[in-house]
Design a protein around this ligand. Structure first.
Ligand code: ADP
Ligand code: MG
Length: 476
C-alpha cells in the first residue's frame, strides 16, 4: 500500500531523532519554533522565524538535518527553508522568502553584537548557554533593601510574585509607574536579581528604553535589524526601564511590539517601568498601549513619613553609620519629595560630618539641608518665609513656633503657614512640624482663615500682596 506522507508527519519523525541527539535547551530554542509547511515530492519545506535562525541551523545542525531528512525521504530528500523576513502585523501576513538548503559559511561568526561587552560573543558556544549573557543587573538593588510602605505595597508585592514565578502569573507584563526617584528602577532590578538568584540559567535582561532605542538605531545603520531582534527573542525575562522614552519613536515601537508579542506568547516575563500611567503615555501606539494592559499596572507614590524614616534607618544601618533619632525624624519631615533626594541629603550629611570631624546632630543636619535645598530648589524656603513674615508683623521668629495664642502672633503664624503652603512643596504635615509641631489640621485651618480674610478684609489683602512680592522675587 502506498502511504502518502504529509509534511507534519515527516517533520514529526525528524524531530523524534533530533530530540535524541541534542540538548533539551537547544532543541527548544532551535527546533520547537520551526513549522513544517509542505512536502512536495521529495522537498520538505519548513518555516523558520528569521534569516539568522536559518543561518544558525545551517551552521550548527546541517549534519543532523541531512541525516534525518535522508532517513525520512531517502537519498533524494531535500530540505527547503521558508524564512520570515517580516513578522507582519494585524493587517498583513508575515512575508517570507524560500531558500533551499545550502551551507552558509561563517555566517554566524559575524553574529550580532549590540555592544561587545554586553554580549561577549554568546553564539560561539554550540548550545546556547545563557551564562554568557550579561544581565545588566546591579546587585545592590534587592527586595531586602527595598522598604515596603503604603506608597509601594501593590507594586512591590506584584513584583515579588513575578520574581518568584516569572511568566506564569497573570502579572505579565508587569508595568510599574511613578515619578522620578520613587524607586522604579530599584524595584525592577530587584525582580531581575531575585530571578537570577533562583534560576542562574535563565536569561534575564535589564535594559533602559534609551539603550534599546540606540541599539535599534545602530542595527538599522549596520543592516543588522534581524540580529537585533533575534537577540531580544532569546531573552527569558525582559526588564525594560522608562518606556516613556519610546514615545514618538515609531520604528522602535514597532520592533518592540514584535519582540513583546513573541516573548509574551512564549510565556516569557516582561517587566516595564514608566514615569506616568500608560494612558498618559503620549506618542505611543495604541496597539502597544493595549498590550500593556494585558498584565498588571501598579503605581509608586511618594513615601509617607514613616516609610521615609524606615528608608533612612535602613540606609544608615547598611552603611554602618549611626545618627540620632531626632535627626532622622527631622530629615524625614523635611525632605518629602522623593527617595533619591532623601539619599542625596544623607550623603551630603555624612560627607560634612566626616569632613568637619563632627558628629551628626540636628545642627549639622539643618546646615546640610539648607545647602541642598538652596542648591536644588528655586522656590522660597520655609525659613525665609518665617523670617520675612515675623519681621513684617514685628513678632519674634521663635514665637511663630511657640505655643502662644496672642492674637498678633496667631495671625503672623497663620500667614506664614499660608505662604508655606503656597510657595513650598512641603506637605501639610511637614509645615505643621516646622511651626512647633502642630498637626496638619491646624495648617488647613490657618490656610482657610487667611484665604477668608483676603476675601473680606481689604487692608489685610494689601499686606498679603506686599508680602507676596518679597516671595515672588525670590521664587523666580
Ligand atoms: P526611579 O527609577 O523611580 O527614578 P530609583 O529606583 O532610581 O528611582 O530610586 C532612587 C533611589 O531611591 C535609589 O537609590 C533607590 O535605592 C532608593 N529607593 C527608592 N525607593 C526605595 C525604597 N522603597 N526602599 C529603599 N530605597 C529606595
Ligand atoms: Mg529609574
Amino acid at each position: 500500500m502506498l502511504m502518502v506522507k504529509d509534511c507534519t508527519t515527516v517533520w514529526h519523525n525528524c524531530l523524534q531523532v533530533i530530540k535524541d541527539n541534542i540538548g533539551e535547551q537547544s532543541y527548544k530554542t532551535w527546533f520547537e519554533p520551526i513549522v513544517p509547511l509542505s512536502l512536495a515530492g521529495n522537498v520538505l519545506t519548513i518555516q523558520v522565524p528569521s534569516q539568522f535562525f536559518y543561518e544558525w541551523l545551517e551552521e550548527h545542525y546541517v549534519g543532523l538535518l541531512k541525516k534525518v531528512v535522508f532517513q525520512e525521504l531517502g537519498s533524494e530528500g531535500r530540505l527547503e527553508y521558508s524564512i520570515i523576513v517580516d513578522q507582519g502585523n494585524d493587517h498583513s501576513k508575515p512575508q517570507t522568502v524560500n531558500i533551499p538548503t545550502k551551507k552558509v559559511p561563517a555566517a554566524v561568526a559575524n553574529s550580532y553584537s549590540p555592544e561587545r561587552s554586553f554580549l561577549k560573543n554568546p553564539f560561539e558556544s554550540k548550545a546556547i548557554d545563557r551564562h554568557f549573557f550579561n544581565s545588566q543587573l546591579n546587585q545592590s538593588y534587592t527586595f531586602e533593601n527595598y522598604i515596603e510602605g503604603d506608597c509601594n505595597r501593590l507594586a512591590r508585592s506584584a513584583g515579588y510574585a513575578v520574581a518568584n514565578k516569572p511568566g506564569t502569573t497573570s502579572f505579565n507584563p508587569l508595568m510599574v509607574y511613578g515619578g522620578v526617584g520613587l524607586g522604579k528602577t530599584h524595584l525592577v532590578q530587584a525582580i531581575g536579581n531575585h530571578i537570577k538568584g533562583n534560576n542562574p540559567d535563565k536569561f534575564v535582561l535589564y535594559v533602559s528604553s534609551e539603550k534599546f532605542v540606540n541599539q535599534f538605531i545602530e542595527s538599522l545603520k549596520t543592516n543588522s535589524v534581524q540580529d537585533f531582534a533575534n537577540f531580544y527573542l532569546l531573552v527569558d525575562i525582559l526588564i525594560i526601564d522608562d518606556v516613556q522614552f519610546l514615545s514618538g519613536k515609531e520604528k522602535t515601537q514597532e520592533m518592540f511590539f514584535h519582540i513583546f508579542n513573541h516573548l509574551h506568547q512564549s510565556g516569557k516575563q516582561i517587566v516595564m517601568t514608566s514615569d506616568c500611567p500608560p494612558r498618559d503615555l503620549k506618542g505611543l501606539e495604541e496597539r502597544l498601549l493595549s498590550r500593556f494592559k494585558w498584565g498588571l499596572t501598579a503605581d509608586l507614590q511618594s513615601p509617607d513619613f514613616e516609610t521615609r524614616m524606615a528608608i533612612i534607618q535602613k540606609k544608615m544601618q547598611s552603611d554602618g553609620i549611626h545618627i540620632p533619632d531626632n535627626v532622622i525624624e527631622y530629615l524625614a519631615y523635611s525632605v518629602d519629595t522623593n527617595v533619591r533626594e532623601l539619599e542625596g541629603v544623607l550623603i551630603s550629611l555624612i560627607a560634612q560630618s566626616s569632613l568637619n570631624r563632627k558628629e551628626i546632630d540636628l545642627e549639622l543636619a539643618k546646615a546640610a539641608l539648607k545647602h541642598i535645598i538652596e542648591d536644588v530648589e528655586t522656590e522660597v524656603n520655609l525659613d525665609f518665609i518665617q523670617k520675612t513674615v515675623a519681621e513684617y508683623f514685628q513678632v519674634s521668629l521663635d514665637s511663630l513656633k511657640a505655643k502662644t495664642r496672642k492674637k498678633e502672633i496667631v495671625t503672623a503664624r497663620q500667614v506664614a503657614m499660608y505662604f508655606a503652603k503656597e510657595y513650598t512643596s512641603h506637605s501639610l504635615k511637614s509645615i505643621g512640624y516646622h511651626f512647633g509641631g502642630r498637626d496638619h489640621s491646624t495648617v488647613i485651618h490657618s490656610v482657610q482663615t487667611v484665604s477668608d480674610l483676603i476675601d473680606t478684609d481689604k487692608k489685610f489683602k494689601a499686606s498679603i500682596q506686599e508680602l507676596q512680592k518679597k516671595f515672588k522675587v525670590k521664587a523666580v
